[in-house]
Design a protein around this ligand. Structure first.
Ligand SMILES: [Fe+2]
Length: 301
């Protein structure tokens, strides 16, 4: 893993590999207490890291497994309290729930369950505390402000350090691929609202979960996120107008192109996620499209 000292108190930690969607980058904050956020470094690294760092709190931005699996090691390797977003509690505590509300609607439960349990090591989380947007971490890290940024997941949360104007943005889509909404519980309108909320904040540095650190052109990066969603919508509309079927559009890729080259079971998962993303666009197009809800994005550049 790669550690980058951002300030005296904040260290950005990136995993060696992000292949197969099993890890993400996170931060270690030395405040009143030591806090780790989204420290999903992979099963080989996490135990040693927890034992060495001895955090007091382990926080996740959202339930997605590439951000949350490490919390299963926290209670055995440290004395840290695990904090999870309140509205996503059932995803983290029940295998049946998480499968039913992710791959379930796509008839992919068995394949996905197999991957989630055997490959990622999902176990129901037992010891934890819930946080919500009213939560202040006053006894642990009083300087951190929780920012509600739902859409990518039902209660995805970002973490803001107002003194340094630093944001840990989790999965807001500030990476090469752009915003992701590949489960039924994702919501494009909420993603855009969350992006606009963050765009209105005074931020000098963004630490992301999958796209590294962002120092320059922060505002245009937010705009780019929204444009990526808009471009996907336009592409779908154009294809539908030329008579291309839903199935073909998904096959060609809403988010993932070149799915044919990918091995199973990942190919089926990519297809499932692209189907979900198509469905979200389809619903929004039927409601009048992205610009109907966010006319201001027309003038954003
Ligand atoms: Fe995610």
């Amino acid at each position: 893993m790669k550690r980058t000292k951002i300030t005296d108190n904040i260290t950005y930690v990136e995993p060696d590999s992000m292949a197969n969607f099993t890890t993400c980058a996170g931060i270690i904050v030395q405040s009143k207490k030591k806090v780790m956020i989204d420290m999903n470094m992979g099963s080989k690294e996490i135990s040693g890291l927890l034992e060495k760092e001895k955090p007091d709190a382990a926080i996740i931005t959202h339930y997605h497994l590439d951000h949350s699996i490490w919390t299963r090691h926290v209670n055995t390797c440290s004395d840290a309290v695990v904090f999870i977003p309140e509205a996503e509690e059932p995803y983290l505590t029940s295998l049946d729930f998480v499968i039913e509300h992710t791959a379930g609607p796509f008839g992919m439960s068995e394949k996905w369950k197999d991957f989630v349990v055997k490959r990622l090591g999902y176990e129901p989380l037992n010891e934890y505390q819930c946080y919500n947007e009213q939560t202040t971490l006053k006894d642990i890290a009083p300087e951190i402000v929780l920012v509600r940024t739902p859409g990518h997941s039902p209660s995805h949360t970002s973490f803001y350090f107002p003194d340094e104007k630093i944001l840990f943005s989790g999965d807001m889509g500030l990476d090469h691929f752009g915003p992701w909404y590949g489960w039924t519980d994702c919501n494009i309108k909420q993603i855009v609202e969350s992006i606009l909320r963050l765009d209105g904040m005074d931020i000098k540095l963004i630490l992301t979960s999958h796209g590294g650190a962002l120092k320059k052109r922060i505002q245009s990066s937010w705009v780019n996120c929204i444009h990526q969603i808009q471009q996907r919508e336009e592409k779908i509309i154009k294809k539908l107008e030329t008579g291309i079927s839903k199935q073909k559009i998904i096959q060609q890729g809403v988010f993932y192109s070149d799915k044919k080259k990918v091995k199973e079971p990942m190919r089926s998962f990519l297809n499932m996620w692209d189907t979900a993303m198509y469905n979200h666009h389809e619903s929004l197009i039927n409601e009048g499209g992205l610009v109907k809800y966010f006319p201001q994005i027309m003038g954003m550049s």
